[in-house]
Design a protein around this ligand. Structure first.
Ligand SMILES: Nc1ncnc2c1ncn2[C@@H]1O[C@H](COP(=O)(O)OP(=O)(O)OP(=O)(O)O)[C@@H](O)[C@H]1O
Ligand SMILES: [Mg+2]
Length: 287
């Protein structure tokens, strides 16, 4: 089932001096099982949009169709539990929300809350502790004795443990080391391939190019563009007009072209660029 936003507005503190329209007439449809990146400058409305996917915020106007629910300004907070089981949201720095006395208990909390038995919740917690790359020995420790990166992994395991259909991540890799970040993204990509939808807020264009197959670009609360990464990153002028960066591979390819080494100018990822250069060198050697 697709996710559909229809003319969604969101206004913080309406009818007060602090009134702020953070989303303005947003409409789009996302395909099931896609990996969607949401990009845009600071304050463009990304986190506000994210919080609409599981009804933490409800549209001030317009409506959202998601996971069998229709959400609008009148939607009551009752009966949203099933939505929150299907659509889960990982905030920025989710480790701030750890609270249990042991790591396993923290990961079990979500599954138990959504009706899994003690035994099932424990099995899911062990499974996801491993999947996020932590050794089983960590399970009985206090989450507060772990490193920041380990805490982040525990928090993400806690959300993935009840295996939501739609996983929403707000800058999940902020502050992780490069290796840890690659591992987490490989996990999210694998999760998508196993038949889930992943929605990611990021400022990193390399991640968009590498992992996303669909992109929403926000600007001042409006949807500026909805397109594939290939489309988004094929228009250097448009990107520069909107002060958006290019993926590193494209910047490198541009430099090659400037130096008269003609090459595919839209490689998106370092791997694709390396292949392109290799093919070119092999061809030149054979000539
Ligand atoms: N609780 C709030 N009350 C009032 N205004 C808010 C609130 N939260 C966000 N805003 C405003 O709404 C707009 C969108 O904020 P939002 O946090 O969605 O942006 P963002 O794209 O996630 O930014 P960032 O990249 O910095 O995380 C901003 O102008 C922000 O100041
Ligand atoms: Mg944000």
């Amino acid at each position: 089932m697709s996710i559909k936003f229809e003319k969604v507005d969101y206004i913080y503190s309406p009818k007060t001096p602090f009134e702020k329209k953070a989303l303005n007439n947003i409409s789009f449809e996302l395909k099931e099982h896609s990996f969607v990146a949401i990009i845009g400058h600071t304050g463009s409305g990304k986190s506000t949009l994210m919080q609409h996917f599981n009804a933490l915020l409800k549209p001030s106007a317009g409506q959202i169709k998601i996971a069998g629910f229709t959400l609008n300004a009148q939607t009551s907070n009752k009966n949203l539990k099933r939505l929150r089981e299907k659509v889960s949201l990982v905030f920025q720095f989710p480790e701030a929300q750890l609270f249990e006395s042991t790591v396993l208990k923290d990961i079990e909390y979500g599954p138990k809350n959504f009706g899994y038995s003690e035994v099932e919740a424990n099995e899911l917690a062990k499974k996801w502790l491993k999947k996020v790359g932590l050794p089983s020995s960590v399970g009985d420790r206090s989450p507060f004795d772990l490193s920041g990166g380990q805490m982040r992994r525990v928090a993400i395991a806690g959300v993935m443990a009840y295996e939501p259909d739609i996983l929403c991540l707000d800058e999940p890799a902020a502050g992780l080391d490069p290796q840890g970040k690659r591992e987490m993204f490989a996990l999210f990509k694998q999760y998508q391939k196993e038949g889930h939808t992943v929605i990611l807020v990021t400022h990193n264009m390399d991640d968009v190019a590498e992992y996303a197959d669909d992109v929403l670009v926000l600007e001042k609360g409006k949807l500026l563009k909805h397109a594939t990464p290939e489309d988004i990153f094929s228009d250097a002028q448009w990107l520069s007009e909107h002060h958006l960066a290019m993926p590193t591979a494209n910047l490198f390819a541009e430099k090659l072209v400037e130096n008269d080494l003609s090459i595919d100018v839209n490689p998106l990822t370092i791997d694709k660029l390396a292949n392109e250069i290799e093919e070119k060198l092999v061809k030149e050697n054979n000539e």
